[in-house]
Structure formats: structure tokens, C-alpha cells
Ligand binder design. Structure first.
Ligand code: TMP
Ligand code: ZN
Length: 410
């Protein structure tokens, strides 16, 4: 049994008044794609979402040991076209805003180096920090200097001692994975120059609530951020949010620029999002309870839709095997009788079984050779890219089922 604990307190303010508003039951780890040879069922851990009544940070309290989740990792950033293009644009924005020749750019959770590669051939020093040894190795092979480590204050001190302080620290879709958020914020501040910037992206709570993206909840995602809890977290470490923009990737993300207090005026966009969050009453329990009720109804709708299609004799296959697909499939109770197989482009996932549901994951060639009637778009965050790529499947009569915010056949 892997180490797991129930945190007693909020990971931003340490408050102990936390309300559980969404319970997704006991679920296996969403990236634990298993070998068909393994007979034992995957281990399951409680998966429930809480909100802190003191700082209104939305979070999981069930914490699975980070070594279990991230020491080996099956997620690679470069498995789509959307993400590399998004990161190239981010790199150009950061370069224009902050960088001068010889500056150091450090990325936390640098994965396969996709973002840092967008700085290659430019006159800056780059360094990735990536805990997954298999992924860090791939980045190194691609010429991205990478420290194979978890980021915490000691890592920050080591990097600063060896390379000097950073002009820019980047972190994309990783802040929400970190249990010790005050340690992260303090480490970033210590690593940053006084004129530096911390630029990071996290999925936005408002998008999660609005689009019923309940499937983005899994054990790796410990936090679901809104601006005000973030301001509190960063402020305690001497950092101030100076700008924020909403981005379309991953179902709705915010790109946050934070700098040491007083470095630059705060852009009006920050206040606009704070006002939006006030308007949604995110500092009250109501929106969270409403969300949970809608998620229950969505589950019933998804089960009805899939079972209805099966009753008509339609064959259904999953399209994309993202971690969130496993939350959705397990929460709905689907298995191989409902979803025949899941096609995914990631070699590390192919030939394995989806955790919990034990649906086989196959390469795209299998999908092409055995097209189903309906492709369940589990990777709905790439809807545009996938629809463009699979025009032939639809011309031949195939349909995509898009699960959120309500099931839709296209
Ligand atoms: P992500 O949403 O966590 O980025 O994961 C997306 C998953 O979907 C990843 O395993 C790759 C897979 N995928 C496909 O199989 N085909 C595709 O066309 C795209 C865009 C993604
Ligand atoms: Zn709190």
C-alpha cells in the first residue's frame, strides 16, 4: 500500500474549517496505466474536493506520496500540437517582457523540455527541474539541461548556489500538484532576482465550475485555483500578482505573472478577475454545492447516453487516454463492455490498461483499422485539434461524443 494521508488543514492558510462538497468515491491513481499481466486490482484512494472556509482555497486533502505519483510519469507535454504552440507563444511573451542576454530561466516541472526548448538558440541560460526520472532523461537527450529533483526550498537554494538567481521562474500545470505550497512560494522567491518574475499557469477554478470539468479532479491535482487564494499564498512569500490572462488550454487556464512586491504596477486585469470571482460568490459555499449537484446530474446523463448507444448496438471507443478520462470513466462506472478500447498517441500508455476500468489502451493505428461508431472524446481539451485531424472518421459516418458540460454527439 502506497503512503497516503488525510491532511487536517488548508494548504494555503492552515485553517481547519474545510467543507467537503464533491465526493468522487475511491479511485485509482489516474496515471497508473497497468500492465495486462497484473492480476491484482489497482489500489484506490478517496477522491473528494474540499473548500477552505477561511481563505476559500479549493483543494484535495487526501494526499498520495509525491514519490508514488511523480517519480515515474506517463504524461508527456508534447503529445499534441496545441501545447507546443501554446508554449512557444508563452516563451516569446516572457522573452519580450523580462529577458536580457545571459539571464537564467528556470522551469519547475519542466517535463520533456517542451517549453524550455522554445528558448534554445536564444542568448539565455535555461535549466529545468523535473522529478520524473524517465521524463527528465528525455529532456536531457533533447539538449535541455535538467535537474532531476522535486522543487522545494532546498532545491531552490542549490540552483541559486550553482547557477545564480533566476530572472524568470516558470511553472506550468505543476503548482496545483504541490502539497507544500508555502514552501514552493518561498523557494521561488529565494531563487528569483529582486527584478525577476514568476510566470506560471494553472487551470482556473471559474472554468472548472462553469464547464463542469469534474474529470480534471484526480489525486495529482491537489489545488484548484482562483486569484484571491493565490494572492494570499504569494503575498506571504513577498510576491505580488502583477498580471493575469485567461488562456484556452486545458479547459481554461490562467497565466499569472507574479513579482517581488513593488516591482511594477498591478495591471487592471488582476482586479477584473477578482471582481469576477466576487460576482460568482466564490467566497461562499453556494457555488460549490451547486457544482456538485450538476456533476451528479451529468454523471447520470453520461451513463444514460453511453448505455443508450450500446443498446442500439453502437460500438464506442475512447479517444485519448488523459488522466482526467480515468476519473470520468471510473466515476461513471464504465468498463470494457461500454468502451471497447481507448486510442492514445502516447507510447508509454499503449498496450496497457486504463486504471480501475481496465479498458485496453491502443495506438491510433488500431482505431483506424477498427473504427468504432462513436469515439468518446476523453481528451476534450483538444477538441478542435482532434476534429480537424479526424475529418475522415466523421465523413465515414463516425461520431464524437463530447462529455462536458453536457454530452454532445458531433
Ligand atoms: P492531456 O489532456 O493531459 O494533455 O492528455 C491528452 C491525452 O490525449 C494524451 O495521452 C495524448 C492523447 N491524445 C491523443 O491520443 N490524440 C490526440 O490527437 C491528442 C491531441 C491527444
Ligand atoms: Zn485556507
Amino acid at each position: 500500500m502506497t503512503a497516503h494521508r488525510l491532511r487536517p488543514d488548508c494548504r494555503i492558510c492552515a485553517g481547519t474549517s474545510l467543507v467537503r462538497f464533491l465526493d468522487l468515491g475511491k479511485q485509482p491513481l489516474a496515471n497508473a496505466f497497468t500492465s495486462p499481466a497484473r492480476a491484482a486490482p489497482e489500489e484506490r484512494y478517496p477522491l473528494a474536493v474540499y473548500v477552505c472556509e477561511q481563505c476559500w482555497h479549493v483543494q484535495l486533502l487526501d494526499v498520495v506520496a509525491k514519490e508514488t505519483l511523480f517519480a515515474e510519469y506517463s504524461y508527456m507535454s508534447t503529445t499534441s500540437q496545441t501545447i507546443p504552440a501554446h508554449f512557444a507563444a508563452l516563451a516569446r511573451e516572457v522573452e519580450a517582457a523580462y529577458l536580457a542576454p545571459d539571464d537564467l530561466v528556470v522551469e519547475i516541472g519542466s517535463n520533456d523540455g517542451v517549453l524550455l526548448r522554445a528558448f534554445q538558440g536564444r542568448p539565455y541560460r535555461i535549466l529545468g527541474v523535473e522529478p520524473a526520472s524517465n521524463i527528465a532523461k528525455i529532456a536531457q537527450e533533447r539538449g535541455v539541461p535538467t535537474l532531476n529533483a522535486f522543487f522545494h526550498p532546498a532545491t531552490a537554494a542549490q540552483v541559486a548556489a550553482e547557477h545564480g538567481r533566476a530572472k524568470v521562474v516558470l511553472a506550468n500545470n505543476v503548482v496545483g500538484h504541490i502539497d507544500d505550497l508555502p514552501g514552493l512560494a518561498a523557494g521561488v522567491r529565494a531563487l528569483l532576482r529582486d527584478d525577476g518574475a514568476f510566470v506560471f499557469e494553472v487551470p482556473y477554478l471559474v472554468d472548472l465550475l462553469d464547464k463542469l470539468e469534474f474529470d480534471t479532479v484526480y489525486h495529482e491535482h491537489l489545488s484548484y485555483f482562483a486569484i484571491r487564494p493565490l494572492q494570499r499564498l504569494l503575498g506571504a512569500a513577498g510576491l505580488e500578482i502583477v498580471d493575469v490572462t485567461r488562456q484556452g488550454v486545458h479547459g481554461g487556464t490562467i497565466r499569472v505573472h507574479a513579482r517581488p512586491h513593488g516591482t511594477q504596477p498591478v495591471h487592471a486585469r488582476v482586479g477584473e478577475l477578482v471582481a469576477l470571482e466576487r460576482g460568482r460568490a466564490l467566497d461562499s459555499l453556494r457555488p460549490y454545492h451547486e457544482f456538485a449537484a450538476k456533476v451528479e446530474a451529468l454523471r447520470a446523463d453520461l451513463v444514460r447516453t453511453v448505455r443508450g448507444l450500446r443498446a442500439q448496438g453502437k460500438r464506442i471507443a475512447g479517444y485519448g487516454a488523459p488522466a482526467k478520462g480515468n476519473t470520468l470513466l471510473n466515476y461513471c462506472g464504465f468498463g470494457p463492455a461500454d468502451i471497447e478500447f481507448i486510442q492514445d498517441t502516447t507510447p508509454l500508455k499503449q498496450g496497457r490498461l486504463a486504471p480501475g476500468t481496465r479498458i485496453p489502451v491502443v495506438p491510433p493505428e488500431h482505431f483506424r483499422a477498427n473504427p468504432p461508431d462513436v469515439a468518446f472524446m476523453l481528451a476534450w481539451n483538444y477538441e478542435a485539434e482532434i476534429l480537424a485531424k479526424e475529418s475522415k472518421f466523421r465523413e465515414a459516418g463516425g461520431r464524437f461524443l463530447i462529455p462536458i458540460p453536457s454530452p454532445r454527439l458531433v
